[in-house]
Design a binder for this molecule. Structure first.
Ligand SMILES: Cc1cc2nc3c(=O)[nH]c(=O)nc-3n(C[C@H](O)[C@H](O)[C@H](O)COP(=O)(O)OP(=O)(O)OC[C@H]3O[C@@H](n4cnc5c(N)ncnc54)[C@H](O)[C@@H]3O)c2cc1C
Length: 395
């Protein structure tokens, strides 16, 4: 194997969708996809709502890696980590069992995703704190909850402490509580989804999840995790409270994986900086997905599926020879909290404005200083108004 016209690093939705969109335009160009994991295709959002549906990790794979590779007529190099890039020589170096191997590319796509943020915790069980950002993480979490990868029927009487009341923390809290798990959520903020919702909407979500049994610990954080004498975990909060738990799940956010890009000298800030055509600071090297910081989004990272799909279509056209500028439409996110379904279209953080409550309709509009609607939140039955609200919102 000496290389390919296009090499893609990463087999998440960003890597695979780029490959699929590129194939529609260029059926014959040789493509290699290198990934550290198995390459099996699954929808990552299902990780935070699979548990209550009693779906085992293996059942989340929608298309096995080999089938993906066959359908897209590409060479898949799985369970292989890209070790380094040389953007001057247009090569990547991969770590194989027999040593390092170098592959040449004409165009390179970096789709390496993001890492869960870890905070330093005290205690002899600090290393036992888990995060779920991949199918393998989910399988390990599933097994640790007392359910092996093949079982789908049991409902454990366990306690999980969730660190973080953001999107992923609240989704896991809902999923686990619905399945009968005792859930404690700990967050420094004063309410759930504080960065995304007006206070009234947070209040509704908090009440809906409390009805499922979720216990909240706001204005504090986890400071230590220790093994207790009974083999369970003893979780100490900064305000002195102690919670006995079987598992601690950290959901305090993700940080773009810029490791390879930084080491190769590419410009990186919160993510790998990409221009309007998704090109990085190195010619012929592109990035998208959770690892990218998009000029087209006002220098933001956008760690959601819809931006990935939009970016992949634009990038495929560019790779196929038609330089295409990425334009993001408004992309509302559905929060998977069935206790209170939510749709959130967040304004750019730099937009100054205020929330307007639509008078008891479970709908809130974020209006800027010029009077333009720049975002919205819908809760419960009002989520059906997503299209109508989207049309009224300037991205
Ligand atoms: C629990 C959870 C729930 C979510 N729910 C939603 C939701 O409801 N709606 C929504 O829009 N978004 C949701 N998201 C976010 C969404 O899933 C992500 O934005 C998206 O999946 C990111 O895809 P990606 O391909 O950029 O990254 P990833 O899926 O992280 O893929 C990265 C790939 O790169 C590979 N890789 C990394 N480094 C290397 C290397 N050096 N060499 C080789 N391979 C490498 C990895 O093995 C992996 O295959 C959720 C995320 C999580 C964790």
């Amino acid at each position: 194997m000496s290389g390919a016209a296009v090499i893609i690093i990463g087999a998440g939705v960003a890597g695979w969708t780029t490959a699929r969109e590129f194939r529609k335009l260029q059926p014959d160009t040789d493509v290699i996809l290198v990934t550290a994991d198995s390459g099996d295709f699954y929808a990552k959002p299902t990780l935070s709502n699979a548990y209550a549906q009693k779906r085992a990790p293996a059942q989340l794979v929608t298309t096995p890696a080999a089938k993906m590779a066959e359908t897209l007529a590409l060479t898949l190099v799985s369970h292989t980590r890209v070790h380094s890039l040389d953007t001057a020589k247009r090569t990547i170096t991969v770590q194989t069992p027999s040593g390092l191997e170098t592959l040449e590319y004409q165009q390179l796509v970096i789709a390496t995703g993001a890492h869960p943020i870890r905070v330093e915790l005290a205690g002899d069980a600090a290393g036992a704190v888990r995060s779920v950002n991949s199918l393998d993480d989910f399988a390990a979490f599933h097994a640790a909850l007392g359910i092996d990868a093949g079982a789908t029927g049991s409902s454990p009487n366990e306690t999980v402490v969730v660190m973080g009341a953001g999107l992923i923390g609240c989704e896991f809290a809902n999923d686990l509580a619905q399945a009968g798990v005792h859930v404690h959520v700990v967050d420094l903020a004063a309410r759930p989804l504080a960065a995304l919702l007006p206070a009234a909407a947070s209040g509704l979500l908090q009440a809906a999840l409390s009805d499922l049994g979720v216990k909240w610990h706001f204005g504090t954080s986890v400071s230590a995790v220790n093994y207790g004498a009974d083999g369970r975990l003893s979780v100490t909060l900064a305000d002195g409270q102690q919670v006995a738990a079987d598992l601690v799940l950290s959901a305090i956010g993700l940080r773009a994986d810029t490791e390879l890009a930084r080491a190769a000298g590419l410009v990186c800030e919160r993510g790998i900086v990409v221009g309007a055509t998704l090109e990085t600071s190195a010619a012929g090297v592109y990035a998208l997905g959770d690892c990218a910081q998009y000029q087209s989004a006002g220098q933001r990272t956008l760690p959601y599926v819809m931006p990935v799909m939009t970016a992949a279509r634009a990038l495929a056209a560019t790779l196929a020879g038609t330089p295409t500028e990425l334009v993001f439409p408004l992309m509302p996110v559905s929060v998977k909290t069935p206790a209170l379904p939510l749709v959130v279209a967040a304004a750019h953080p730099a937009v100054i404005g205020e929330w307007h409550d639509e008078g008891g309709e479970n709908a809130w509009r974020f209006v800027d200083q010029a009077g333009a609607q720049r975002g919205f939140v819908l809760a419960g039955k009002s989520t059906a108004r997503r299209m109508e609200m989207s049309k009224l919102t300037s991205p």
